[in-house]
Structure formats: structure tokens, C-alpha cells
Design a protein around this ligand. Structure first.
Ligand code: PML
Ligand code: MG
Length: 267
């Protein structure tokens, strides 16, 4: 990536309804192509046509750039949404999240975690012990921003994902986002399932688990989904927002592709 480096991000919405978002870091020479690609993506999204698309481009401070690696990735095979959610719950419990917090976050994602019953624009923050919601605005949540894959790591990742049939934008972008979230101060685990109606997969990520995918966490056609970040009790929420939204992060190493597994359901 040529210096100086810029953060380029896109948000598309129709009224209150979040349609699409994207985040990249790039040199000046790539910005026009990325901007065009982001606008095209916003206009072709399965959630429908947005009535506003905003693009923001800002130079980042290279002296503060943080470099991190991707988590290991594995897929847990499941035959139904109920089995998928049960396995995701088991993952969260393994990561030290209380059953109350894990279940209430899953319920919120399933029912639409924003106050109007739709998906939030960003992620919710959940106390990992008592399940309390901690984000400052329950419609917006926290937006994980200013992160990307370095070019060589992107090429390696594409090749390795290709070999296991998973080289798509959902997986690539979710891995980069999860990598940043796992480096955030106070975050113990993340739960995500897509809010795109035609994408049913999701994941649990935690330092002790890596990135664990579940191909079925919601029924096809459902557009309620999103992300929950589980926080150690007492986490500095303002500092966490600052890290997730403002700290520029470049991912320069991929994790291991681990064999697929099946997990026993929770009792
Ligand atoms: C999204 O792109 O809407 C989130 C996708 C999360 C799951 C990605 C994967 O298949 O691992
Ligand atoms: Mg989406």
C-alpha cells in the first residue's frame, strides 16, 4: 500500500434502515476505484435500494497504525438454525460468556436489536456477565472502522479460502473485522450473523477459539442480524468506542485454516 494511507468507508441506508457498509485502507492511487466499487455495492444490495450513500475518505496517522494477525478459522457443521444457534451458544460459553448474557444477545439479534425491531447499524455491546446492553445509542451501536488486509496477506487469504470454497467478501471482511475486535481492550468474544437476507452464516470469535463459523445461524430470507461484542465487566466503554472506530489497523498475517468440526449441543 502506497503512503500516505487513507481510510475509505461507505454507509448506505434507506431512512432508518441500514442497507450496507464497507471499510478499506488504501493509497491515494486506489481511492477512485474503491469509491466506485463501494457505490456499486450499495446500489446492488439484496436489502434494497438505499436513499442515501455516504462515502468518507480520511488520511490516517501512520505513526499510530497497528499491525495484527487474523484468527484461526474453522467451520462447525450444523443441519438447522436451531442446531447452529445451540452450537454458537456452546462457543460463547466456552469463551467464558455467561449463559444469561449469551442468550439475551442472541434473542436481541434474532428479534432486531435496534429499538424499532430492525437490525442495528453497528454492533451491540453486552456485559459478558449480566447481559446488560452498554452501547450509547441502541440504533447505531458501535461501528468497527479503519481496518483492512495488507496486500500480501490478502493474496494468501484469498488462496487459502479458495481451497476450502469460502473465498467470498462476507468471509474476508468478517475475518478482518473479527481480528480487530479480538484485539480491542475488554472484548471477550464476538457473536455475528449476517443481516443480508441471502446469507445465513455467522460466527463466534474469541481469543481461545479463533473464528468459528456456523453455516446456518438464521433462516434464508431473514434480514435481522448483526453483531454483539461481549465485554469484561468494568470495561471502559468510551475507550473501547475510540479503539473500534478510530484506531487504524492493518492485518498483515493470516491465521490457520483448521479442519471442519461438529460440536455437541448444549444440554
Ligand atoms: C456479513 O457479511 O453480513 C457477516 C457475515 C458473517 C459470516 C461470514 C462467514 O461466512 O464466515
Ligand atoms: Mg450486511
Amino acid at each position: 500500500m502506497k503512503e500516505p494511507l487513507f481510510s475509505i468507508r461507505m454507509r448506505a441506508a434507506r431512512g432508518d434502515r441500514h442497507i450496507s457498509g464497507a471499510e478499506r485502507l488504501a493509497g491515494a492511487d486506489c481511492l477512485d476505484g474503491l469509491a466506485a466499487g463501494m457505490v456499486k455495492r450499495a446500489l446492488g444490495h439484496p436489502k434494497g435500494l438505499p436513499d442515501s450513500i455516504s462515502l468518507t475518505i480520511e488520511e490516517i496517522d501512520l505513526s499510530r497504525l497497528m499491525r495484527i494477525g487474523l484468527p484461526d478459522i474453522r467451520t462447525v457443521g450444523v443441519d438447522s438454525v436451531a442446531q447452529g444457534r445451540n452450537a454458537a451458544l456452546a462457543g460463547l460459553l466456552r469463551a467464558g460468556i455467561s449463559e444469561q448474557a449469551a442468550r439475551s444477545a442472541m434473542q436481541a439479534l434474532a428479534g432486531g436489536a435496534a429499538p424499532n425491531g430492525e437490525s442495528m447499524r453497528g454492533a451491540m455491546l453486552v456485559d459478558a456477565l449480566d447481559g446488560r446492553r452498554l452501547e450509547f445509542d441502541a440504533a447505531r451501536g458501535v461501528r468497527v472502522s479503519r481496518m483492512d488486509l495488507e496486500e500480501r496477506a490478502a493474496a494468501v487469504l484469498a488462496r487459502e479460502l479458495q481451497a476450502i470454497g469460502l473465498n467470498n467478501t462476507h468471509v474476508q471482511e468478517a475475518l478482518v473485522l473479527a481480528a480487530k475486535v479480538l484485539h480491542a481492550p475488554g472484548v471477550l468474544a464476538e457473536l455475528c450473523w449476517s443481516d443480508d437476507p441471502d446469507y445465513t452464516a455467522g460466527y463466534v470469535a474469541a481469543p481461545c477459539l479463533g473464528y468459528v463459523r456456523f453455516p446456518l445461524l438464521k433462516p434464508r430470507g431473514e434480514d435481522r442480524g448483526g453483531r454483539a461484542f461481549f465485554l469484561a465487566p468494568g470495561t471502559d466503554v468510551t475507550g473501547l468506542y475510540r479503539f473500534l472506530e478510530k484506531q487504524a489497523v492493518l492485518v498483515d498475517r493470516v491465521g490457520r485454516m483448521l479442519p471442519d468440526e461438529r460440536w455437541r449441543a448444549c444440554p
